[in-house]
Design a protein around this ligand. Sequence first.
Ligand code: 13P
Ligand code: 13P
Ligand code: MG
Ligand code: MG
Length: 370
Amino acid sequence: MSKITVSLIKADVGSVAGHTTVADELIKIAENNLSEAKESGLIIDFRVFKAGDDLELLMTHTKGVDNEEIHRLAWETFEKAAEKAKELKLYGAGQDLLADAFSGNVRGMGPGVAEMEFTERKAEPLIAFMMDKTEPGAFNLPIFRIFADPFNTAGLVIDPSMHQGFVFEIWDIMEHKRVFMKAPEEMYDILALIGAKSRFVIKRVYPKPGGKLPEDEPVAVVSTEKLYQVAGEYVGKDDPVALVRAQSGLPAVGEVLEAFAFPHLVSGWMRGSHNGPLMPVSFKYAKCTRFDGPPRVVAAGFQLSNGKLIGPVDLFDDPAFDYTRQKAMEIAEYMRRHGPFEPHRLPREEMEYTTLPKVMEKLKERFEEI
Ligand code: 13P
Ligand code: 13P
Ligand code: MG
Ligand code: MG
């Protein structure tokens, strides 16, 4: 059998009640468009999701990553949905469609992309993670814990087929460079980079050579599209998505989910300018309310069957995550009490909005030497 490609492509093309959630009208348009593509044979299967105000297209096909037809399908679907969003006067209609016309690949055009091509195993569990009100670096901590932390992933210690560890592809988004690093050998160096999550982001994870899985087929991928520096400004706040494969030489589904049991602090939230806890929620609660948040993550679990998507299972729809959610709300409350003070409010260079230059301009004459 030929290799399967899974493409998760997302954009915020307009939302209802501010930045809260995607309107059902847009979901319908996306489902119709992808249904036609499935009937025509372009894609094998698809699911449409909403994660907060982000419209998420999960597609399977055999065309490989960065394929023009698949990216065009996503782009045209977003365009159609954006048209409807404009008609309904939804909030931020067309917000993530940065270009006027499609030019062969959605990268750099606004949408976020997580794609990987691999040989489908005898049983192929796959999890699609979708976050709203945060940035790709929010995945650094959980992806590291899944594939490199033995206190999270028991299999790293006790499964002979995983014991050798994994390779991390890490991007320096300031310098536009990447480096491949091995865990556990280079664990401290990896952490030295990815702890700086607004600069270094995990892009992909690969199996090590000589193991059960092909070393050139990724086992996890994170969207990183908008992460670059424009004229010295940070514009990286792009609600991210990720795909993670599981089991049989990879972390178990439960080991993958375990990494989200700790509601770590991520940047985003109100106006993309605040730190807050990442709360794992069911699809039903994939809408951002309090202070436009707190930032949240949903997880859709599947088995692949020759590219067909069996599922989804709403993986965080479980009382086992109630404690995490409760903890997240305690942290949200604690952080909120800081109001406009750091570290709730982000440091200047990471804020999406700032009035500081104007305030400084106004006070220019009144500042005295000391
Ligand atoms: P490369 O730099 O390896 O082409 O990465 C492309 C990519 O990550 C697309 O999402
Ligand atoms: P989104 O990035 O999800 O559109 O949110 C923007 C915002 O400003 C929320 O307060
Ligand atoms: Mg929005
Ligand atoms: Mg969003």
